[in-house]
Design a protein around this ligand. Structure first.
Ligand code: S3P
Length: 174
């Protein structure tokens, strides 16, 4: 896996609803890697959900937890599915690149909105009653594109899971 990282993990980044968890689990299974979901790891550590962390301790505290998590991560042969905001704070993208090949799952805003409508309760940044005109969410999506695009690799997230899987395997083995 020739990139500048010291480790051989694959790190998936992208907006909420881009498909990081679904793709990450399939990829881990097909490659014999361990699947790591950063939100789930933080929840385990704190003993409460991400939504509760936002509510009780605030977003800034959550961002510190995310940063500590990647700073202290020492494992290899993992597929790491990151929270949508993780690469966007401080020099987290640089830290993620040290852990492995960072792949941006670039899913269209329309598809993301469709998915988030179904599963918005667990996501504290989603306002209830999400609709296509959720301007705040669209601004966040647009704002984050530049940092996501500084990933090592990028794939289109609107394709079928099997073709995404194949593509990630191809681009991370080149
Ligand atoms: C966030 C995305 C969420 C979670 C938290 C904040 C974000 O993860 O980390 O609610 O800032 O985009 P998913 O991308 O898995 O939904």
């Amino acid at each position: 896996m020739p990139n500048n990282s010291e480790e051989n993990n694959i790190v998936l980044v992208g907006f909420m609803g881009a498909g990081k968890t679904t793709i990450g689990k399939l990829l881990a299974k097909s490659m014999g890697f361990t699947f790591i979901d950063t939100d789930a790891e933080i929840e385990k550590e704190e003993g409460i959900s991400v939504a509760q962390i936002f509510e009780m301790k605030g977003e800034e505290y959550f961002r510190e937890l995310e940063r500590n998590f990647i700073t202290n991560f020492r494992r290899n042969k993992c597929i790491i599915s990151t929270g949508g905001g993780m690469p966007c704070y401080k020099d987290n993208m640089k830290k993620l690149k040290i852990l492995g090949t960072v792949v941006f799952i670039n899913t269209s805003y329309d598809l993301i909105i469709e998915r988030l409508k179904i599963n918005q309760k667990s996501r504290p940044l989603i306002k209830s009653g999400l609709d296509d005109k959720n301007e705040e969410l669209h601004s966040l999506f647009a704002l984050r594109q530049e940092i996501y695009q500084s990933s090592d690799k990028e794939i289109v997230g609107d394709n079928s899971p099997s073709s995404i899987l194949e593509e990630i395997r191809k681009i991370t083995c080149d």
